[in-house]
Design a protein around this ligand. Structure first.
Ligand SMILES: Nc1ncnc2c1ncn2[C@@H]1O[C@H](COP(=O)(O)OP(=O)(O)OP(=O)(O)O)[C@@H](O)[C@H]1O
Length: 313
């Protein structure tokens, strides 16, 4: 499919800027005085049920988007977990989703490969498009979609089989049994996941015999074996020690360019290190979205700064 061309984004709304921009920055108050009136800050207003436009940085419009999320809402039964989220995910870049626990990061990630379809009572509105084609349309082949969206979870989940079989599992499911093909994919994927050197002499040992960090890189190798369009990483380092975590972080940076990566993380330093773009979410709303260096050094909204500097969350 052809790559999507950059488009003018309909959600670059600046109407809220005057009241939410960082100056003046009254850190010790939950309200801002404007023209004699007390005005609640953005996050309090969102918590009170208001819907405010996201602060989307214009640089995102310069990128070619592989995935476009449009006015996406999601409900778990009666509870709404995502509110009109609109984001363009740049092709070949790493985009980090950050925000306090329960703000909807994983829900958004799981919506991209329609894993939420598996949960009873989930309802969505809006759209998500991969290369301009809806991934939410009822006639979408969800199995094929999930092949295009490799997913890696918080806790490494190698299957109880050999390292080799773990990596080639997606091809086996497709009925591929040609040994030469499987060996080629296994080596390419393990090299891509920066694990080949460590396991090339023990491919027939169990995947469960690897260390936690190696297991996570094995899961990344399995995810890239089917050459997905997008890699979805849900807190991929949170169960790992710092050394293993560092290796997976290095790997994420290396995968950029080759793959589009969408990564959920609680770790601000990690988001700053590995991602090109960062989206800050709060209570199911996209608050601010822009280049990572800008989000972490001079965000437009004081709420973003408060979160990235650890003043709340
Ligand atoms: N299966 C589910 N059924 C009902 N509600 C759910 C379900 N999964 C998530 N939620 C709710 O949806 C909201 C968003 O949860 P989600 O796990 O997406 O947030 P998160 O930002 O990823 O949180 P965390 O950082 O703690 O993982 C929360 O209020 C959560 O309780």
């Amino acid at each position: 499919m052809p790559r999507a061309q950059p488009q003018k984004h309909p959600f670059t709304d600046t109407t809220m800027q005057n009241e939410t921009m960082k100056e003046p920055n009254a850190q010790d108050s939950s309200a801002v005085a404007t023209n004699g009136q007390t005005q609640l800050r953005r996050l309090e207003r969102i918590a009170a049920g208001e819907h405010l436009p996201s602060e989307i940085h214009p640089e995102i419009m310069d990128e070619s988007a592989i995935l476009e999320i449009k006015d996406f809402c999601l409900w778990y039964g009666a509870k709404q977990a995502l509110f009109d989220v609109s984001m363009r995910i740049p092709a070949g870049k790493v985009t980090a989703l950050i925000g306090p626990s329960g703000c909807g990061k994983s829900t958004l990630l799981r919506s991209v490969n329609r894993m939420n379809d598996l949960i009873d009572g989930v309802r969505t509105d809006g759209d998500m498009q991969l290369y301009d084609q809806s991934i939410l349309a009822p006639d979408v082949d969800v199995i094929e979609l999930r092949k295009m969206m490799g997913m890696v979870f918080q806790k490494p989940n190698p299957f109880p089989m050999s390292i080799f079989e773990n990596v080639v599992y997606p091809l086996r499911i497709d009925g591929e049994n040609n040994r030469a093909v499987l060996e080629e994919v296994c080596e390419r994927s393990l090299r891509g996941a920066a694990l080949w050197g460590e396991v090339k002499d023990r491919l027939h040992e169990s995947g469960l015999s690897l260390s936690g960090g190696q297991q996570q890189r094995l899961c990344i190798a399995r995810a890239i074996a089917s050459e997905p369009e997008v890699l979805l990483l849900d807190e991929p380092c949170s169960a790992l020690d710092p050394v293993s975590s560092g290796k997976v972080e290095d790997l994420i940076s290396e995968l950029a360019g080759q793959y589009t990566v969408l990564v959920v993380t609680h770790n601000m330093q990690q988001a700053a290190r590995v991602s090109d773009y960062t989206a800050f979410m709060y209570l199911g709303h996209l608050i601010e979205y822009g280049k990572t260096e800008v989000i972490f050094s001079e965000p437009r909204l004081r709420e973003t700064e408060d979160y990235t500097t650890g003043r709340f969350g």
